[in-house]
Design a binder for this molecule. Structure first.
Ligand code: SF4
Length: 292
């Protein structure tokens, strides 16, 4: 099997067998995201995908976890996804779970019944970028969904028995929008009550100036390390989820933490406070170790 690069997967899917069901992202409009800007969206021909699944079932018959790429294969018709899942279940007898990237626009188009059909066929975790809970910012970054639509989509998936792994991007609101971004994002995360919640920190490398001046404009200024920690604190202090694995280990973040909410909330806040008091703290990831 050959992959069509670039190929992305969540860190937690490091041991999963990946099949590219689609290429690129069907939405591909989010301003901050350059992952698939060089890839034209396409659904891979069934015969090609089937050949990959058959080939890998001979090579790795003991596969337990599968991840479906690229950017948002949940955009596919439910019948097509059922066909893919049925073949995976048939060819991998030890299959335990299938995970997938999903965009909020995909979930807007699926009913609870359709999602239940996918769940029955071992679709388990949906990775979805909330990015921010702030409606003005969602519009500005061209996310294609409002906060209420994101909440409704994720709740629908949870009702169907799927597990939601969601993330927020620190820094998305810039300096001026930092507080509202943090507070609105916590409100949306609480309303979704996901199984997994993570943060990433906006990193744009050589595109910083282009992003600030041309794409966002209106005096948008990226946050620095101290502001990112403050934003994380504003976010975490408002979280009120019932049973959620929380993580900031992604390499873009300054402060890697993981824990369970609500149980570890005070410990997490204490770590953030320690990082905020001492920017030279060994708790914080040095700039040169940060990456996407
Ligand atoms: S939906 Fe996800 S992959 Fe697609 S453009 Fe937006 S952030 Fe990127």
């Amino acid at each position: 099997m050959e992959y069509d690069m670039p190929l992305y997967r969540p860190p937690s899917e490091g041991r999963s067998l990946i099949f590219q069901v689609t290429l690129g992202c069907s939405w591909n409009k989010c301003l901050f995201c350059g992952m698939y800007k060089g890839k034209r969206f396409a659904v891979r021909p069934w015969e090609e995908l089937r050949k990959d699944i058959l080939e890998m079932s001979w090579m790795q018959p003991g596969t337990r976890k599968v991840f479906l790429a690229d950017g948002d294969p949940l955009c596919l018709d439910t019948d097509y996804l059922i066909k893919v899942l049925d073949l995976l279940n048939e060819k991998f007898p030890y299959l335990e779970r299938v995970s997938i990237y999903a965009g909020p626009t995909n979930l807007m188009e699926k009913s609870v019944e359709e999602l239940k059909e996918l769940r029955k066929r071992k679709l388990d975790v949906l990775y979805l970028g909330i990015e921010t809970g702030n409606d003005a910012l969602l519009k500005r970054i061209h996310k294609g969904a409002t906060a209420d639509e994101i909440i409704a989509g994720c709740r629908k998936a949870i009702e169907a028995g799927l597990r939601m792994s969601t993330f927020i991007i620190l820094g998305l609101g810039g300096v001026e929008g930092s507080y509202d971004h943090a507070k609105d994002s916590a409100r949306v995360a609480n309303a979704i009550d996901p199984h997994f919640l993570a943060t990433l920190t906006l990193m744009l490398g050589p595109y910083e100036e282009l992003y600030e001046k041309k794409l966002m404009g209106k005096g948008f200024k990226l946050i620095n390390k101290a502001q990112s920690l403050q934003e994380l604190r504003w976010f975490v202090e408002d979280l009120n989820v019932t049973d959620c694995k929380f993580g900031t280990e992604h390499a873009s973040n300054y402060l890697p933490i993981n824990g369970r909410l609500p149980d570890d909330k005070e410990k997490i806040l204490d770590l953030i406070d320690r990082g905020m008091k001492d920017e030279g703290s060994r708790l914080l990831r040095p700039e040169w170790l940060r990456g996407l």
